[in-house]
Design a protein around this ligand. Sequence first.
Ligand code: CUA
Length: 394
Amino acid sequence: MIRALRWRTHTAAALPAALAACSSHVPNTTLSPQTEFGRDIDALFDILLFAGVAVLVLVTLALLFVIVRYRHRAGAPEPKAIHGNAVLEIVWTLIPAVILAIIAVPTVRTIFRTQAEAGPNALQVEVVGHQWWWEFRYPQYGVVTANELYLPVGRTVNFALMTADVVHSFWIPQLGGKRDLVSNDTNHVWFTPESAFAWNGFCAEFCGSSHANMRFRVFTVPPEQFERWIAHQQSPPVLGAAAPPAGAIDTLAPAPPAPPQATAPTVVADSLPEHVRAATPIPAGLRMSNVRGDAARGAQLFMRATPMPCAACHAIQGVAASIVGPNLTHVGSRTSIGAGLFPTDARHLALWIKDSPAMKPGSKMPAFGKSAQIPAGLDDQQIADLAAYLLSLK
Ligand code: CUA
């Protein structure tokens, strides 16, 4: 009975969303929770929904009864005036109080349970919100990365939520959240991933012009793959082969087949499910000439580009240590750049370096392309070199 009711509630609540998406595949739904945290929140949602529906039905029936039973009839005398009814007033005060208690007790219990820190064996992940990207730190392993989170299936993850600037909110609809990242305090949330999958994460608190562009990906992977990913993240970047020409990525022959998933520590971009592919269109008017970048020259430019070196803001293990912008140690092995906006390829990296604020409104990274406003900026060859270098950081 309860099961049937739950199913019906979910169907009723999910229907508008499903119709809007015109698809039965809704990977960003909150109505199909995949962790204990999600099910706790879902149970609260059900209580509210049932209590709300019960109140609606009872009040509507009472209203209809009164309208019909006491309607005006021809020749009827004036109704008797009544001044107060103590019993009635006590009853209609007590009933809402009981309903609020029914809602409040499980809600407060769930809040306390889910914001407590998880046990000492949990995987610890520190989340730092920035305008407009996510810094993820794994303090037990000495790993820092950005915008892509790897979590092992079956191990509870304890997130410590902090912000570098304004209030953000950490949210992975089917796994957990929303919980705010606030100044001068650390919030916590924990959950246990149950299946290997790719999930979308969002900022769920308005935080400025690119709030909607503050996204991240979560890859829940088998524990062995997580261990390999951690080992890979701990090692210095592996400089890969020469990158394709930055302007001509579309015209190139397909990339060589990706290594099989079982041996790749990172999720291979080509094998990404549709819902986590970065697919933001490039703004009109942004172009790169068709030049081939040189990773070795790019590595030098990283340290001395004008008007300022990349190393002034970005860290690369063994190369530079600034923590202003995202850590780029393994940026070439991430599936997206710009906090989930664009695929990681030579063309998008080059355009991002050339004019990041055009690619993403409000981006704190200045445009580096040479222009009338930035006469000391980089030319397309230099930008392609930098993109080739970054792409090679696997
Ligand atoms: Cu960060 Cu909205």
